[in-house]
Design a binder for this molecule. Structure first.
Ligand SMILES: [Zn+2]
Length: 450
């Protein structure tokens, strides 16, 4: 996975000076590299690979340049927003806006926007790269895998820039035209977030390591190398019959979703992973296309977003006075909240997976590090436990909001509302349980042969 630039260490510098042909090629490779986020804005995998294989020092240049372009764009959007504000700001030109921003202090609004945009942008790149890095890792140094993940995230600057301009246009349009519904702003932002999330995931898949072709056959029980053992033997270390490790139908029969993809097999798989994780991960086949497990979790998040929206709508509607007519906003806002909560749940899942994934790499847990991807996707099933626990906690009796009972008393000592305390304790326990489930899954797939 080493880029062309790394090969040029040594004599490369002098050769680049000596040959005009070579320097023209250098210029071309820089142009191809820097334009990748925009040219390949519709093919994230290609954009990510282009950036990952870019010239030496290219990543830093792209991060600095991308930050500069993006910050200036944000500044312009805020300036136009101030200019076209229908409630009247008084400024009629960009210069006027600038003067207005600096009316009282020499450092004000504009510098704040630049600083926080740069901070958030680069912070997000570094953070999301960590979320993805354990799952693009194969053999080789972890630092290099992190760099690849960071390249994939940085290559999203093109799509993020276009989305920001689109949202900026929507906001300006909303401010200029009195009749436009305000809901259009959160809707357009949410669509952009969902598109960006899908883009980042695809970009990460573009730089992920390939599964190993051949690994020696291992005992499912203890990991002993079974290369020289016959099918009728038993493992000399733990006594497990070799058949139980090397005959696929007897060990890894596959989860229902891996055998056929139907709503019924999806439900069966969710329930089986939830109720008996150890058995399920012992059945899990790991040498499958990643699209299979990704499809499984995609259905989880999609159905969860809809279910959360319906739940919030029902809770709100049942609590609302019955004489009121239901407007379209009564439907739209619960759906938006449902999607936002699901995205939050997805982020929590990815953070847990990245913590566990970093641990896997640190400990060298798997023969083939790419196995972690399947665990991550199938473990999305546990998000349903959060969904139901929090849904019940917030809607039935308002347990997570009310401030009474034992938790009210304990919470008062720490200055925290009792409902919030209960919410934090319950979700903290669930998070700990999630980490334990990942550990169970790790043990169950560690010596997989299929
Ligand atoms: Zn054994």
């Amino acid at each position: 996975m080493s880029g062309g630039g790394e090969r040029a260490i040594g004599g490369g510098f002098f050769m680049a000076q000596a040959s005009p042909k070579r320097s023209r090629r250098n210029v071309q490779s820089w142009v191809r590299f820097l334009s990748a986020p925009i040219v390949h804005v519709f093919s994230p995998k290609r954009a990510a690979r282009r950036v990952a294989h870019g010239p030496r020092g290219g990543l830093a240049v792209m991060m600095l340049g991308g930050t500069a372009v993006y910050c200036i764009t944000m500044l312009l959007i805020f300036a136009f927003g101030t200019m076209f504000d229908r409630f009247g700001s008084g400024a009629s030109s960009l210069v006027g806006v600038w003067r207005q921003w600096h009316a009282h202090e020499s450092i004000g609004m504009a510098e704040g926007i630049l600083f926080f945009t740069a901070l958030i942008l680069n912070g997000l790149a570094v953070f999301t790269a960590w979320l993805f890095f354990p799952f693009v890792h194969g053999r080789g140094p972890a630092v290099r895998s992190y760099r690849r993940a960071l390249c994939a995230m940085v290559s999203a600057i093109g799509v993020l820039w276009l989305e920001t301009i689109l949202v900026g246009l929507v906001i300006t349009w909303n401010q200029m035209t009195p009749g436009v519904e305000d809901a259009i702003i959160p809707i357009s932002i949410l669509i952009c977030v969902i598109v960006l999330r899908a883009w980042l995931a695809a970009a990460a898949r573009g730089v992920e390591a390939r599964p190993l072709r051949r690994v020696p056959p291992r005992c499912e029980g203890c990991g002993y190398d079974l290369t020289t053992r016959g099918l009728e033997d038993v493992c000399t270390e733990c006594g497990l019959p070799v058949r139980m490790s090397l005959v696929r139908s007897e060990t890894r029969s596959g989860l229902p979703w891996q055998l056929e993809r139907t709503p019924i097999s999806w439900t069966q798989t969710v329930l089986s992973v939830l109720i008996k994780p150890q058995e399920s991960y012992r059945q899990l086949r790991l040498r499958c296309k990643s699209s299979q497990s990704i499809g499984f979790s995609a259905y989880i998040w999609a159905t969860m977003a809809v279910a959360a929206g319906v739940w919030i709508f029902a809770a709100y509607f049942l609590g609302a006075p019955s004489y009121r007519r239901v407007t379209w906003e009564d439907f739209v806002f619960p759906m938006l909240y449902g999607i936002i909560l699901t995205i939050l749940g997805w982020v929590v899942h990815r953070v847990i997976a990245a913590i566990v994934g970093s641990w896997w790499i640190y400990k060298g847990e798997f023969i083939d590090p790419t196995w972690g991807r399947a665990i991550r996707e199938y473990e999305s099933s546990f998000a349903w436990v959060f969904f139901f626990t929090n849904g019940v906690g917030f809607s039935i009796g308002g347990a997570f909001e009310a401030n009474q009972g034992v938790f009210g008393g304990i919470g008062a000592q720490f200055g925290v509302p009792g409902g919030l305390l209960l919410f934090l304790i319950v979700n903290g326990l669930l998070l700990a349980l999630w980490v334990c489930r990942f550990a169970t899954a790790t043990r169950a797939v560690r010596w997989s042969n299929f």
